[in-house]
Design a protein around this ligand. Structure first.
Ligand code: DGP
Ligand code: NA
Ligand code: NA
Length: 213
């Protein structure tokens, strides 16, 4: 019981990436490793397609004939994150490690890639819980956008993915932003890099006493 009194909040980890970068595979791997490490871990995948708003988003993504303005779609994706925001805070308060498969950054990148203003896209997400670390899976080489598997859903077009990549890069100055290059690496190798992003972010580095401090 004593541990409850001293329980620190859990770590909030977001995994971001372009479509078909192996994001879901790496998310699963990370979750398993966190559990092995003794963490009580919870996954939240965005869009969360089972809520009332999530169902509309799912229809929008899978049915290309479904009509929705870019602005409306954007606000629905954001609202979908707000639907889960209290749950995220609660889980963290309970000491759980929360892994988000996509988050704010996908929200801004995908919509601004369509031509909506970056700041306009960002503003409805202002105030959501800020991840301790955002692990961004990316390709160095554009030809990977031609990889097999594109084309199933609305956004899975190589040319569009390139635009999304440019928008994602705008977050690279944030101190919680950790890029991981996936080109030419197998699942295990990428997994190691993802794990290092997590451990680096959560390390409680003791700084040395500085002369003159
Ligand atoms: P996924 O289930 O991770 O494959 O994501 C589904 C698609 O939705 C994918 O192409 C990325 C896109 N997406 C995810 N989150 C958002 C968002 O917040 N806004 C927009 N416009 N697209 C998003
Ligand atoms: Na996808
Ligand atoms: Na998909």
């Amino acid at each position: 019981f004593a541990s409850y009194f001293f329980m620190t909040r859990g770590t909030l980890i977001a995994i971001e990436g372009l479509d078909r970068t192996g994001k879901t595979t790496q998310t699963t791997k990370l979750i398993n490793r966190l559990a092995q490490d003794g963490k009580d871990v919870e996954l939240i995948k965005f869009p969360e397609r089972t809520t009332a708003i999530g169902k509309i988003i799912n229809t929008y993504l899978t049915d290309k004939t479904f009509q929705l303005s870019d602005e409306s779609a954007h606000l629905l994706f954001s609202a979908n994150r707000w639907e889960l925001s209290q749950k995220i805070y609660d889980l963290l308060d309970q000491g759980k490690t929360v892994v988000l498969d996509r988050y704010v950054y996908s929200g801004v990148a995908y919509s601004s890639a369509k031509g909506l203003l970056f700041d306009w896209c960002y503003s409805p997400d202002i105030g959501l819980p800020r991840p301790d670390v955002v692990i961004f899976l990316k390709f160095k080489e554009e030809e990977n956008f031609e990889r097999e598997g594109f084309g199933d859903e609305r956004y899975e077009v190589a040319e569009f993915q390139q635009k999304v990549k440019i928008q994602f890069e705008k977050f690279s100055g944030q101190d919680n932003w950790k890029p991981v290059f996936v080109d030419g690496k197998n699942i295990e190798e990428v997994g190691e890099l993802v794990w290092k992003c997590y451990t680096d972010a959560t390390k409680q580095a003791l700084g040395p006493v500085q002369n003159g401090e």
